[in-house]
Design a protein. Structure first.
Length: 91
């Protein structure tokens, strides 16, 4: 995972220059973008709530503390990965 993140960051920021006018064109807020955001969030949440593999991990946790640690670590790694994908998608 670390190697993937390092390669992604190097690919995104290595010698990249974006003109101010171009950055302004792609960073505007539109209704279509908001609709896509809501649709994507609802689709992912809906799919993951019915994923039995995730619920098996919840019930198989050694303790409540281990469950919370795993949830926090997994959520943090997913957030970082999605943040990098979103940032690379904007660039």
């Amino acid at each position: 995972m670390v190697i993937f993140i390092v390669v992604t960051v190097i690919a995104c920021f290595g010698g990249l220059h974006i003109a101010d006018g171009k950055w302004g064109e792609v960073s505007t807020w539109t209704d279509k973008g908001f609709e896509s955001l809501v649709t994507l969030i609802l689709a992912v949440i809906g799919a993951e709530l019915f994923n039995m593999g995730s619920w098996q991990r919840v019930y198989a946790a050694e303790s409540v503390g281990a469950l919370r640690k795993g949830c926090a670590l997994g959520g943090g790694l997913i957030f970082l990965t999605m943040f990098l994908f979103g940032l690379c998608g904007m660039l």
